[in-house]
Design a protein around this ligand. Structure first.
Ligand code: SAM
Ligand code: SF4
Length: 325
């Protein structure tokens, strides 16, 4: 459906848990409080939200977390979501530490694509950033996903890096047909105190390193990344520049947190808690109508734009691990 500004909202990110196997310092450092398990939506509740969202025009779903693969039976959820009338693509974003062992189940369930988060290819820096010595399992998951023919992208948050680190991350796309996307660090949760890098600067660094890099107008997905190709590279380089290339005018997404809060914009705490409706005990028909109308209102009232440039106006106080990124 269209929101009040005429944007077509067809994409919902669903966080299935606030738990994670890593402790990335800008997202979920050690000591972050977790919600009670009973507050997490059940898979059946998530599917009901997806069915309702599909009636309102949502066509693509991205499963996220926390780390979605710490939740048991995720392949079962993928299968249920793929069966929802109106839902086309179901994709996953994961830190990749546990992906390899779940890969065949997820592909069998119909998963369409995966984004794997990887901020550094240096083993010690990886451990320093995430709290775990898991680089090997992430790299192995990336190769397993590519080998299995699953559409795969790598996401790296942009913070200050040496030229060598940028080159090594970009090189993940050299022999693999996968895009490496850099994402501007957003001042949400623990990201607020973390040093980010403007993509205006990163673009200049990349251009200097790869003088043959050219814009690639071909569509690579349904998100806001701007893509570039490097001669001799099998995959592309993407820049997702939420701050220095504000794309709110074409934003197509809403977010459902693991506790069932429907969020129309990352920047604000506005939205509606769907869990009380899901657990209201109302007869199914009344409950479903209430859910539909509530979701319709949240989507329609999606704010015009984020306010990351004026940090004092940000009202979202939750960590990114609770929202889903
Ligand atoms: N655990 C999964 C993963 O790491 O992909 C899914 C959840 S994680 C919150 C989703 C994405 O959000 C990751 O790529 C992570 O790097 C990114 N992220 C977390 N905090 C962020 C921030 N402040 N700004 C930009 N991206 C952020
Ligand atoms: Fe976990 Fe992903 Fe956040 Fe890292 S970015 S702490 S892997 S949820």
């Amino acid at each position: 459906m269209q929101d009040q500004y005429g944007r077509n909202i067809d994409y919902m990110r669903i966080s299935v848990t606030d738990r994670c196997s890593l402790r990335c310092r800008y997202c979920m450092p050690r000591g972050v409080e977790l919600c009670d398990m009973a507050q997490l939506l059940t898979y059946e509740e998530i599917v009901l939200c997806a069915q309702t969202a599909a009636k309102l025009g949502i066509r693509h779903i991205k499963l996220t977390g926390g780390e979605p693969l710490v939740r048991r039976g995720l392949d079962g959820l993928v299968r249920m979501l793929k069966a929802v009338d109106g839902i086309g693509q179901v994709t996953l974003t994961t830190n990749g530490t546990m992906l390899e062992k779940h890969l065949s189940g997820l592909i069998g369930a119909g998963l369409d694509a995966v984004n794997i988060s990887l901020d550094t290819t240096d083993r010690r820096a990886y451990e320093e950033l995430t709290g775990k010595d898991e680089l090997g399992s992430v790299l192995s998951s990336i190769d397993a996903a590519v080998g299995a023919g699953l559409r795969t992208k790598i996401n790296a948050v942009s913070f200050p890096r040496s030229r060598e680190e940028i080159r090594n991350l970009a090189a993940m796309a050299k022999d693999r047909p996968i895009d490496v996307r850099f994402i501007e660090l957003m001042p949400i949760g623990y990201g607020k105190g973390f040093p980010g890098v403007s993509h205006k600067d990163l673009f200049l660094q990349l251009k200097e390193m790869f003088p043959g890099m050219e814009p690639d107008p071909a569509p690579h997905g349904f998100g806001p990344a701007v893509y570039y190709s490097i001669p001799g590279y099998a995959g592309g380089i993407g820049l997702i520049s939420a701050l220095h290339g504000k794309f709110c005018g074409s934003c197509n997404r809403v977010r459902l947190t693991s506790k069932g809060f429907l969020k129309p914009c990352l920047c604000y705490d506005s939205g509606e808690d769907l869990r009380p409706i899901l657990r209201s005990g109302l007869p199914p028909r009344e409950r479903d109508e209430k859910l539909l109308e509530t979701m319709r209102t949240v989507i329609f009232e999606k704010p015009r734009e984020h306010c990351f440039e004026n940090e004092q106006e940000i009202t979202e106080g939750a960590p990114m691990s609770a929202i889903g990124g």
